[in-house]
Design a protein around this ligand. Structure first.
Ligand code: PLP
Length: 396
């Protein structure tokens, strides 16, 4: 029998996954080309050819005892150094292999980070709407989310004032996700700077350490002039949880890292703690083939123009029909205001027209819905008549 702690998690399992499963059923009835599935954030751009070539070459040429063996829980030194070199090149920093711990994607990066800092009853600030999996990660360690209300007037920027009002001696961290899932917003340097200054004052006032956990799987997916600030430039106690799931289209491969900057509180012990947590949580180490491939390919980028075009066409199409949408600056999500308060009911209406979306409530953002546009451009174009049909009921 499963535990009483686990049962509610199983029963309340992800709305995003549920919609994805519904999509598979609809596709079986109507044919996949007639179902417009904007539910899951599964990249539609294939992983770069050079990366796949690197994996094949590594399989053919690498010593199998190294390739398939155990290693340090923090990962291969060469991979950690290659990542540090790439970050130094981009941000003018002085990181080394010692600042990086390889993980199985952002999910495990966040889990080993939280394992390292949280005690039961601790509080972690999150800005709604947010990736609800954070609640599961926090409950793994008996910690609780403290939710800051959405701020639509500012384009869903974090509300620094409310954050300050809700910080207590139990606040261990603030989670930032930039570019953002589900809103597609990118927080600019001014916003990060304000938030960092406020946290510095709070740390001083309370005499505590408050970390920023910066969840950055979408860091390279930005459009136009938008820039993602490197948060350690603004705030010492920053831990970056990175993933190649979206930036190199590798979600099934489970590869990412935590960056612990040398200016953060007790960083050397922290790196040891992350390595230990990798072992304690049974991850042991990040997948070795992926680590060796990443070591050769840190400069590769996904086809951002593909997502940008999908985002722009969806935004323009829906706005012209009367929907109110946040113009995405990054990631691959469109955040749309539901014409009725009940966002789940509205998503059902869309589903009846074979459009799959996720209700905003699944991100603590009721009254909105999310379209994940990491789909073929055809899906975007062919979905328009379905959106139009529903829009006509509300916007005439
Ligand atoms: N954080 C956010 C905001 C995400 O959207 C996702 C995945 O969709 C993750 C973390 C988890 O990423 P990973 O597949 O690297 O564990």
């Amino acid at each position: 029998m499963i535990s009483n702690l686990m049962r509610p998690k199983v029963n309340g399992s992800s709305a995003i996954r549920r919609m994805f499963e519904e999509g598979k059923k609809l596709a079986a009835v109507y044919g996949p080309e007639n179902v417009y599935d904007f539910s899951l954030g599964n990249p539609n751009v294939p992983a770069p050819e050079e990366l796949r070539d690197a994996m094949i070459d590594i399989l053919k040429t690498e010593d199998p005892l190294k390739l398939h063996g155990y290693m340090s829980n923090a990962g291969f030194d060469e991979t950690r150094q290659a990542i540090a070199d790439d970050l130094n090149h981009r941000y003018g920093t002085v990181y080394s292999a010692a600042n990086i711990v390889m993980t199985a994607g952002a999910g495990s990066a966040m889990n080993i980070t939280m394992r390292s800092i949280l005690e039961p009853g601790d509080e972690v600030i999150v800005f709604a709407p947010y990736f609800l999996e954070y609640n599961n990660y926090l409950s793994n360690y008996g910690a609780v989310p403290v939710v800051i209300a959405p701020h639509p007037e500012s384009g869903f920027m974090p509300d620094v004032q409310e954050m300050c009002a809700k910080i207590t001696p139990k606040t261990k961290a603030v989670i930032i996700n930039n570019p953002n899932n589900p809103t597609g917003a990118v927080y600019p340097a001014e916003v990060i700077s304000q938030l960092a200054d406020a946290l510095k004052s709070k740390q001083e006032e309370l005499g505590t350490v408050i970390y920023i956990i910066s969840d950055e799987p979408y860091r390279e997916l930005v459009y136009g002039d938008a820039k993602v600030p490197h948060i350690p430039d603004f705030y010492n106690n920053t831990l970056i949880c990175y993933s190649y799931s979206k930036s190199l289209s590798l979600p099934g491969e489970r590869i990412g890292y935590v960056l612990v900057p040398p200016q953060s509180d007790g960083w050397e012990e922290f790196v040891l703690s992350l390595s230990t947590a990798n072992r304690m949580l049974g991850i042991v180490n990040a997948p070795s083939l992926q680590q060796l491939a990443i070591a050769r390919c840190t400069g590769l980028r996904s086809n951002v123009a593909f997502y940008e075009r999908n985002g722009a066409d969806l935004y323009e199409g829906l706005t012209a029909m009367g929907f109110s949408c946040v113009k995405p600056d990054g990631a691959f999500y469109l955040w749309v205001k539901s014409p009725i308060d009940d966002d789940a009911a509205f998503c059902d209406e869309l589903k009846n027209e074979r459009v799959l979306s996720t209700p905003g409530s699944a991100f603590m953002g009721p009254g909105y819905f999310r379209l994940s546009y990491c789909v073929s451009h055809e899906t975007v174009v062919n979905s328009m008549p379905s959106f139009k049909k529903v829009a006509a009921r509300y916007f005439g």
